[in-house]
Write a protein that binds this ligand. Structure first.
Ligand SMILES: *[C@@H]1O[C@H](CO)[C@@H](O)[C@H](O)[C@H]1NC(C)=O
Ligand SMILES: *[C@@H]1O[C@H](CO)[C@@H](O)[C@H](O)[C@H]1NC(C)=O
Ligand SMILES: *[C@@H]1O[C@H](CO)[C@@H](O)[C@H](O)[C@H]1NC(C)=O
Ligand SMILES: CC(=O)N[C@H]1CO[C@H](CO)[C@@H](O)[C@@H]1O
Length: 378
């Protein structure tokens, strides 16, 4: 949860969310059809549970299964009878989905990888893996990162890998998907999973990152989830992680957020309903712009996420996973190195920090190029 409106990564996602909020142009008969379908299903359900009609005799079985994506009759009966008990209006049944993500949705093994580059951690054992969630269409941000902090495979003598995490672009654009495949052939740095890449689905994206780390890269020592609109002083990060005494397990650090109230205003981008998250505040968490963790944690997050009702604030969700695991995030050795809002570029300051949020991909290239000049920065 970040109080920033700018940023290439966030913008791309924000655009998709805006699009998904625009009511779809559905003709009236479409809605009528859905209404009738719902009514029909309910009648079918009653009929079936009373045993007077065999499912096999129903001629549209395949059609309805495809339409509703329910392949298992016993599940359908259970779910429908449950809904019958809890809802008053049968018309609300098949069409109305609650906003926000559903109970099971953040469990990453509900999704599968379309691209997973499993060889990257087999050919070398990384010290640090940088995982960058980014909107599929945001190739500009990816290219800027590839030219700057993502272009370092050896930092302070340690192997570092940078990968980008994508979902499916909302419009199911075939051309867009082909471009992404081409891009991966060229760089071998894209991980893609089959969930819809939207702002409200960022918790799924984070959990899929955790699943990839747990299953495709368990030998790495540390990992970082870092947004695509960030400046990262990668040398300072590796220096921090190599500090003697740095914990090697159960370690999560970044900019710590304590006692943050849950946003209940429906107009907010960070709105979470009491139904999804009843407590008035979040457990301690690390701000989503960039958090660093020992690589034993992803597997534990994936496991524990089965027990946690998901909500759409990915960084607070990781805080919730930590709490359920009986763990807490740790302050970084030097907390002032994790900075969020960038007033203006200052070369000396940028040589000492680890993170800063930027306004554009061009800023990243400009500041990086300037910082790398040979003159001493301070
Ligand atoms: C349908 O669901 C039941 C119970 O959930 C399960 O035992 C059965 O194997 C499922 N059948 C198929 C075809 O998935
Ligand atoms: C990464 O840096 C190397 C040299 O430092 C350069 O040749 C290469 O083009 C850079 N990669 C990208 C994607 O910019
Ligand atoms: C999140 O992703 C799932 C799986 O692709 C999709 O069914 C759902 O509509 C998405 N939710 C939002 C709010 O975008
Ligand atoms: C209570 C119950 O069995 N609910 C089921 C409804 O359907 C979903 C998806 O098919 C199952 O995961 C639930 O277990």
């Amino acid at each position: 949860m970040r109080n920033v409106e700018s940023g290439s990564g966030a913008n791309g996602l924000k655009r998709q969310v805006v699009e998904s909020l625009i009511p779809q142009k559905k003709p009236l008969f479409h809605l009528c059809f859905k209404f009738l379908l719902g009514l029909g299903l309910l009648i079918m359900c009653y009929t079936l549970s009373s045993g007077s009609l065999s499912w096999k005799t129903f001629p549209f079985q395949g059609h309805y299964n495809r339409l509703l994506n329910w392949n298992n009759l016993s599940k359908l009966k259970v779910n429908l009878s449950e809904i019958k008990e809890t809802t008053q209006s049968p018309t609300a049944l098949p069409t109305v989905a609650p906003t926000g993500i559903q109970y099971h949705q953040a469990y990453p093994r509900n999704y599968h990888f379309i691209m997973d580059n499993p060889e990257v951690c087999k050919t070398k054992t990384p010290f640090l893996v940088l995982m960058v969630p980014v909107a599929p269409r945001n190739v500009e941000a990816r290219d800027a990162i590839r030219q700057t902090w993502g272009n370092r495979s050896l930092v302070q003598g340690q192997v570092v890998i940078t990968l980008f995490m994508l979902g499916l672009s909302g419009d199911a654009d075939v051309q867009q998907q082909e471009k992404i495949q081409q891009e991966n052939l060229q760089h071998h740095d894209l991980i893609q999973s089959n969930f819809m890449d939207t702002y409200l689905n960022l918790t799924i994206k984070t959990m899929v990152i955790m699943d990839w780390l747990a299953t495709r890269c368990p030998t790495a020592a540390y990992a970082m989830k870092i947004d695509s609109d960030m400046f990262l002083n990668i040398d300072n990060l590796v220096i921090m992680l190599c500090t003697p005494g740095m914990p090697q397990v159960n370690y999560l650090t970044g900019m710590l957020m304590w006692d943050r109230p849950v946003v209940r205003s429906k107009d907010s981008k960070w709105y979470v309903s009491e139904e999804l998250y009843p407590d008035p505040s979040y457990p301690t968490y690390t701000l989503g712009m960039g958090y660093v963790f020992s690589n034993d944690l992803p597997k534990k997050y994936v496991e524990i996420s089965k027990l946690i009702k998901p909500f759409n604030i990915e960084d607070a969700y990781i805080g919730m996973c930590m709490k359920k695991l009986g763990l807490a995030p740790t302050s970084p050795p030097n907390p002032s190195q994790f900075k969020a809002y960038n007033q203006r570029y200052n070369r000396c300051e940028y040589s000492q920090i680890i993170t800063y949020i930027l306004g554009s991909a061009q800023e990243l290239i400009n500041y990086w190029t300037d910082l790398k000049r040979p003159e001493p920065p301070c």
